[in-house]
Design a protein around this ligand. Structure first.
Ligand SMILES: N[C@@H](CCC(=O)N[C@@H](CS)C(=O)NCC(=O)O)C(=O)O
Length: 205
């Protein structure tokens, strides 16, 4: 049995979209971040950094496999199933480049932008301008790529899943922001129409 530890955030939804796309059977354990449930010792044993998403799989013989972080979860299941990741080295190199842009640039930048522009008690123009600029840099790179290809690695892959929830959040919260990036908007609408993506975006309820 697989249990996904998650909360309704873009990083959590990368993991649930992946599992839905692969048709993996899993249980959902909601970790209430606002109530500090991620700081409890039982969750710390699963996710040493006390962040969601994390996943536990009970294996035959009583063994347990844990993994934490949306990137580790996506790569593990893509490699294990041979799906949502290209076969050829060249295509995989391109897919990994966009996958990592989602994991290490787009996600952290979007979160820091939110922290400094909305949550910070003191508004620091330098920090707001920095993260806004970095976010626009990510959007610009994605938009240019998606002007040439339908999905980030040609066919739908974990590269798309790594980026989609943060672009979906911008589509909801950012007003007409995506209108400035027409290729990114086209791709957002295409990915958002996938039934498994829609299911994954509802996890946890
Ligand atoms: N690199 C991690 C980041 C995960 C992450 O930032 N999770 C946030 C929710 S989106 C979290 O659990 N935050 C709780 C905390 O910071 O205490 C990933 O890609 O999954």
């Amino acid at each position: 049995m697989i249990t996904l530890y998650t909360f309704p955030t873009p990083n959590g939804r990368k993991a649930s979209i992946l599992l839905e796309e692969l048709g993996v059977t899993y249980k959902v354990h909601r970790v209430d971040l606002q109530a500090g449930e991620n700081k409890r010792p039982d969750f710390l044993a699963i996710s040493p950094i006390t962040k969601i998403p994390a996943l536990v799989e009970e294996l035959p013989g009583g063994k347990v496999r844990r993994m934490f972080g949306s990137g580790a979860i996506m790569l593990h299941f893509a490699e294990r199933t041979g799906r949502l990741i290209p076969d050829s080295l060249d295509d995989k190199a391109e897919a990994m480049s966009w996958f990592m842009l989602g994991i290490s640039d787009l996600g952290p930048t979007a979160v820091d932008m939110l922290r400094f522009s909305v949550r910070a008690p003191e508004k620091i123009p330098y920090a707001i301008d920095l993260y806004k600029g970095e976010l626009m840099r990510c959007y610009g790179a994605l938009d240019e790529r998606l002007g040439a290809v339908e999905h980030l690695a040609n066919s739908f892959s974990i590269a798309d899943i790594a980026c989609f929830p943060f672009i979906a959040a911008a589509a909801v919260a950012g007003g007409s922001l995506l209108d400035r990036f027409p290729n990114l908007k086209r791709w957002h609408d295409l990915v958002a129409a996938r039934p498994a993506v829609q299911r994954g975006m509802q996890v946890p309820d």
